[in-house]
Design a binder for this molecule. Structure first.
Ligand code: PLP
Length: 348
């Protein structure tokens, strides 16, 4: 249990080095033809920038619903500036003084930071040694604390762990309040891994969040979204800032969605590179968490700072995050991963 005074602000280092593998971005940018299309869309919208944007972003929400499938409509989808803002709005709407949110750590560091920022008490539940969640223990924690919001992250950051659908279903069934399943890395999960979207029709208090920052390679656009019951979205309308999504954000995001075949075409390559990275690290005798995401958590080192610094000195930036002694590397291009491996060999 905590308040803002004990917290550090979010601060993944932004250091200009040749190989940046520290914020789980997609290393493949848009193709020249997509860059042309994005530039055309920005130009077309520029003349109208004296006007406020479409406040409800209905066209974008319809496009996002079509991408998500599962029979979803625009009324069941909401978008904001990154899934960080989506999560902040959820906590503003459903958290607040006298309320609490429960997450299972280690997980995404912004969940407790945003909860605390919304004056919501944060309760840190535990994960197992393999970074999974034991459904019986999770249900017991829910019964003990009666949280207003439960956070599940699948695949989880920074561990890469995907939750079994039965675990998610058990937690959703037990929770007295909202359950947020953060699926920022869903597209990288092994084929066949079901989305929590399948549970939506039966659970009006379930919220599934996604982002265009990862598989969609659009981190600079800042576009996150969620699917939920329309009544949830009505609650979010009460806390969002007016005109929160700029005209350019909406137009660029819609263009990216129209080109999703190209953008998501990188996912198979990144999955293969991830699996090869896991094998290589295990081959070096290191402990490695199973990953369904575009990053790998490995360790553990008596002095992880020294390993992190050794890599940085060699031009490779990874992330000091996770339990003590572990490090996280985001999956880059084959050339970037070769540079990472060569640098790690030297450091070790
Ligand atoms: N959720 C998880 C699990 C993440 O790891 C991240 C970013 O790293 C986010 C949400 C936020 O992403 P964005 O605000 O770029 O959509």
């Amino acid at each position: 249990r905590s308040d803002l005074r004990g917290r550090e602000p979010y601060g993944a280092p932004q250091i200009d080095v040749p190989v940046r593998l520290n914020t789980n971005e997609n290393p493949y940018g848009p193709s020249p033809s997509l860059v042309e299309d994005l530039a055309r869309v920005v130009r077309e919208n520029a003349a109208g920038l004296n006007r406020y944007p479409d406040r409800d972003a209905m066209a974008l929400r319809a496009d996002l619903a079509a991408y998500l499938g599962h029979g979803l409509t625009a009324e069941q989808v909401w978008a904001a500036n990154g899934s960080n803002e989506v999560i902040q709005q959820i906590l503003q709407a459903f958290g607040g003084p006298g309320r609490c949110a429960l997450g299972f750590e280690p997980s995404y560091s912004m969940h407790p930071i945003l909860a605390t920022g919304a004056a919501t008490e944060w309760i840190a539940g535990a994960r197992e040694e393999d970074f999974g969640i034991d459904p019986a223990k999770a249900v017991a924690a829910i019964e003990e604390h009666r949280p207003d919001v439960v956070f599940l992250t699948s695949p989880n950051n920074p561990t890469g762990t995907a939750l079994a659908p039965e675990t998610i279903a058990a937690i959703v069934a037990a929770a007295p309040g909202m359950v947020v399943v953060d699926e920022a890395y869903f597209e990288f999960a092994r084929t066949g891994t079901p989305s929590a979207l399948t549970l939506l029709p039966d659970h009006p208090r379930l919220i599934v969040t996604r982002t265009m920052s990862k598989a969609f390679a659009m981190a600079g656009t800042r576009l996150g979204y969620l699917a939920a019951h329309p009544a949830v979205i009505e609650a979010l309308l009460l806390v969002r800032l007016p005109y929160h999504l700029s005209t350019l954000t909406q137009a660029v995001a819609r263009t990216a969605l129209a080109h999703r075949q190209e953008l998501l075409g990188t996912v198979d390559r990144l999955r293969a590179e991830r699996d090869a990275t896991v094998d290589w690290l295990r081959g070096r005798g290191l402990k490695v968490a199973d990953s369904d995401a575009n990053f790998v958590l490995f360790g553990h080192f008596p002095n992880r700072r020294a390993v992190w610094e050794g890599l940085l000195e060699r031009g490779v930036l990874i992330r000091e995050v996770g339990p003590p002694g572990w490090l996280r590397v985001s999956i880059g291009t084959p050339e970037e991963m070769a540079a990472f491996k060569a640098a790690l060999e030297e450091v070790l």
